[in-house]
Design a binder for this molecule. Structure first.
Ligand SMILES: Nc1ncnc2c1ncn2[C@@H]1O[C@H](COP(=O)(O)OP(=O)(O)OP(=O)(O)O)[C@@H](O)[C@H]1O
Length: 432
């Protein structure tokens, strides 16, 4: 149980399980975090331990890998990952799929259209693309690059470099023991470092945005209005590339900084960031920024739509990491399959509880929804085999989405026409 107070906690005397009409859901949960608290609070839901039968499973990706293929799932059963989620959530595979998608767009639609996929920094998978990387590296000497192990998280193993010599060291991999010398070198991506991040108070930050996919075929995507910006605790400078507290904004890294204060925090809620940017740059620019982020979410998901094994039992709550540069251009850094639900403060805990409750409401084990909803709690339906338009909402209340949930165009066949819309401002739509 979390040390934080659960919002709307009703305590053990709650008799809602006995209310008529609430279906009993047997759930299994492999994670010890906020999700446990949320599942325990859910009226009518009971935890299943060990090998018991379950209707709903919030598992970690390790459990999925070991058990998914051996599990028989009845029609109503739901699980929180797609079988090969890693096609989007592994750094090297995400880039591979995006590059292929961009290439296909260029061939089928044209260069202009393909350029709308230019939202991820130039990236190479190592060791396989080492020679291509070296060519690119030599083309722009003096640039900063970042090396990231493909299968690690929380900033582990990441370093910045400007000289090929540093990669040589990695290639030789002097850190490996004699027994490990026969095994393959660890896979990394080498990625152009965004050298001009947008700074607030001299500090770099990245954005965490939550996107829920309930189906890949047809693609159905929900965007969460709340999210946050994660700040570094040290003022940004390119003169010292070895300082991880300056360059890596993930909380897992920042919370080990000597002067980290969890309550003061290194986070801003999305609304706060949006207000700040609007005051500085005006509504139009900020709306364009959020529209470009929507473009990132939809195109990245479309890039794996044909690769992900669609399964009606599966849904996925992705944590998108987005970095802004000084021109307010959003860059896709990474997509996480298991975004951390560990809270860093009471406010953060409450936000994560709301996020998870709303996720359960969209997944709808209880069968409460009609299937026509465009908005559920903090979620807006942004894509339902095509864009979901919005016209009547007060956009001031939005954390991100530039889509509106009131007028759904339904299924549109011409996907590319839809995608062109993504980047163009909507005529006649009130901005923000
Ligand atoms: N290309 C880049 N340019 C600038 N900064 C970057 C770049 N890639 C990563 N970073 C910084 O490094 C941090 C960690 O990167 P990334 O999210 O890819 O690694 P990770 O170890 O998987 O982190 P996590 O598991 O917490 O998501 C980012 O939050 C960002 O601040």
């Amino acid at each position: 149980m979390s040390k934080y107070k659960t919002p709307g906690s009703k305590g053990s005397s709650d008799k809602s399980e006995e209310r008529e009409g609430i279906r009993c859901v047997r759930y299994k949960c492999g994670l010890v975090s906020t999700i446990q608290d949320v599942l325990r609070q859910r009226p009518g839901w009971t935890e299943v331990r060990e090998e018991g039968e379950w209707d709903f499973n919030w598992c970690d990706v390790g459990w999925l890998r070991e058990n998914f293929d051996h599990s028989y799932m009845e029609e109503h059963v739901r699980i929180n990952h797609f079988r090969n989620h890693y096609e989007l959530t592994r750094k090297n595979l995400m880039v591979k799929n995006l590059k292929r998608y961009r290439k296909n767009l260029e061939r089928d639609v044209g260069r202009m259209e393909a350029s709308k996929c230019d939202f991820f920094p130039c990236t190479f998978a190592l060791p396989s693309e080492y020679h291509l990387f070296v060519e690119e590296f030599k083309r722009s000497p003096g640039n900063t690059w970042i090396m990231k192990p493909v299968a690690k998280s929380q900033g582990k193993g990441i370093f910045l470099f400007r000289k090929l010599k540093d990669i040589m060291d990695w290639k030789k991999d002097g850190t490996r023991s004699e027994e490990q010398k026969d095994t393959q070198v660890e896979s990394y991506v080498a990625q152009r470092y965004i050298e001009n991040p947008y700074l607030i108070n001299g500090r770099k930050f990245d954005l965490r945005v939550y996107v829920l996919v309930t189906s890949y075929v047809p693609l159905k995507v929900w965007l969460y209005r709340d999210g946050f910006a994660r700040f570094s605790s040290t003022r940004f400078s390119l003169s010292s590339i070895d300082d991880k507290y300056m360059h890596l904004t993930n909380v897992a890294v920042q919370k080990t900084a000597p002067d980290y204060d969890p309550e003061k925090g290194c986070k801003w809620q999305m609304q706060q960031l949006r207000r700040y940017l609007t005051a500085k740059h005006g509504r139009e620019m900020v709306e364009t920024l959020f529209k470009e982020m929507d473009n990132i979410f939809v195109r990245s998901l479309l890039s794996v739509q044909k690769v992900i094994i669609n399964d009606k039992h599966c849904f996925e709550l992705y944590g998108y990491d987005i970095l802004l540069d000084q021109n307010l251009k959003p860059w896709l850094i990474e997509v996480n399959a298991s975004p951390s639900h560990t809270p860093s403060s009471q406010e953060d805990y409450e936000m994560k509880c709301r996020l998870l409750e709303d996720t359960l409401n969209v997944v709808d084990m209880e069968g409460r929804l009609t299937g026509k909803e465009k908005r559920v709690g903090g979620y807006d339906l942004m894509w339902n085999d095509g864009p979901v338009y919005k016209e009547d909402f007060n956009l001031e209340t939005f954390g991100s989405s530039c889509f509106t949930a009131n007028t759904h165009l339904g299924c549109v066949n011409d996907r590319e026409k839809q995608l062109r819309w993504l980047i163009k401002p909507l005529s006649g739509q009130k901005r923000m």
